[in-house]
Design a protein around this ligand. Structure first.
Ligand code: KDG
Ligand code: MG
Length: 407
């Protein structure tokens, strides 16, 4: 018997930073939620959902998740794109949430059950200098994390990607910037510190802990190849976004020169954008997020394709993905045969926990998905009203002579 969709609501709130949350309700009163947040373009997704998608879905059977995904993807002339795929993601997650509630099963059980006992996380170790970065990493390791991403400020530059400066967390750093701030970039200055960071890290932290680093697409392919070679002695778990994501072939070049494991994918919205990278095995980890790639259905397609080519998933876990996305990732991660590692920025922000309530457990650097039916996370509409949307942007990057660069 059909379970018809009767209402689709879209909420935008800013408990620390902006989130777009979709709520789907069926005729029998079952509700599901999804994350449709697209940092810096939130209202474009809201409009896409409210003006274009919601009217087409009222009356459709909420049980037919794949057909609805295909209807929203294949059924439009203008496929793909971050706005469209984030909108599809919000709907898709909400439908999986509903399916789980109706079945009385957590989403990972609908996927095929658990492939591991917990989801390994990597935490962020960042600091104003190598010493403070490594102290932060030690603190995280003492808390039980077995994998840490290291980012340190670049001497001579006023800001560095991934470094908090005087801010207490990423919510404070990126939560309220009514116009895009500008940050300088200099590749030579970066090279002067990044290799030394990992040399000292291995000396101080030992050989066992997994170390990761995000270049954030600042290097040209040949510079990325050079960095990979220089970092080989420190055996990183992965080097992320060594060069921009647009040119998949660049990774063939980087791969040719270095054995450092390569990760990319947080800006990809579909399998088609990373298909060549995966099938040619130019990368080791694909980092696409459910929220930006058409939801659980979209990420599952990427995961299964990647599995064929020995590429593991390492979903994006930045603070601009809501806890609904994190919950979705945990269900995929605990199931996927080719899960690698999950990025984790913490779940202890009080405003965030007021709006999104969940029972996700994090112990010894591992996370466990909820066993509640569906995604196992709730959205508190009243609490969300206390934190209205604020226009906000990520920074932009310029070389020291003013040339626009990749942020
Ligand atoms: O929206 C952009 C951020 O999510 C991104 O800069 C964070 O690169 C990032 C990461 O790996 O967490
Ligand atoms: Mg990144």
């Amino acid at each position: 018997m059909a379970v018809k969709i009767s209402q689709i609501q879209v909420f935008v709130c800013s408990p620390g930073r902006n989130f777009v949350t979709v709520k789907v309700t069926t005729e029998d009163g079952t509700t599901g939620i999804g994350d449709a947040t697209l940092n810096g373009r939130e209202m474009a997704v809201v409009s896409c959902l409210e003006q274009h998608i919601a009217p087409c879905l009222i009356g459709k059977d909420a049980q037919n998740i794949e057909d609805i995904w295909q209807y929203l993807y294949k059924g439009v002339y203008w496929r793909k794109g971050p706005v469209n795929m984030a909108a599809i993601a919000g709907i898709d997650m909400a439908l999986w949430d509903i399916k789980g509630k109706v079945a009385g099963l957590p989403v990972h059980q609908l996927l095929g059950g658990k492939s591991r006992t917990g989801v390994t996380l990597y935490a962020h170790g960042s600091g104003q200098c190598i010493d403070s970065t490594l102290s932060k990493a030690e603190h995280l390791i003492n808390q039980g994390f077995r994998a840490v991403r290291l980012q340190t400020a670049i001497p001579g530059l006023t800001a560095t990607y991934g470094v908090l400066g005087d801010k207490k967390d990423y919510f404070e750093l990126q939560g309220n910037r009514p116009l895009p701030p500008e940050e300088p970039w200099c590749t030579q200055k970066y090279f002067s510190v990044v290799v030394e960071l990992f040399r000292q890290a291995r000396k101080r932290l030992g050989e066992e802990v997994h170390l990761l680093h995000d270049v954030h697409s600042r290097l040209t392919p040949i510079e990325a190849a050079r960095l990979g070679k220089l970092l080989e002695p420190y055996h990183l778990y992965f080097l992320e976004d060594a060069a921009i994501a647009e040119n998949q072939n660049s990774y063939q070049l980087i791969r040719h020169h270095t054995t450092v494991p390569l990760a990319i994918g947080e800006t990809y919205n579909t399998l088609w954008e990373c298909k060549d990278l995966i099938q040619h095995q130019w990368i080791d980890f694909i980092r696409t997020a459910a929220t930006h790639a058409g939801g659980l259905t979209g990420l599952r397609k990427i995961t299964e394709f990647a599995n064929v080519f020995d590429v593991r998933i390492a979903p994006h876990g930045a603070p601009d993905l809501s806890p609904v996305c994190f919950a979705t990732h945990l269900h995929i991660n605990i199931w996927a045969p080719n899960f690698g590692i999950q990025e984790f920025v913490g779940l202890d922000n009080p405003q965030l926990n007021e709006v999104f309530t969940h029972d996700i457990r994090v112990e010894n650097g591992m996370a466990l998905p909820s066993d509640l039916p569906g995604l196992g996370i709730s959205f508190n509409e009243d609490a969300a009203k206390k934190y209205p949307y604020k226009r906000s942007y990520l920074p932009v990057s310029r070389l020291e002579d003013g040339t626009m660069w990749h942020w």
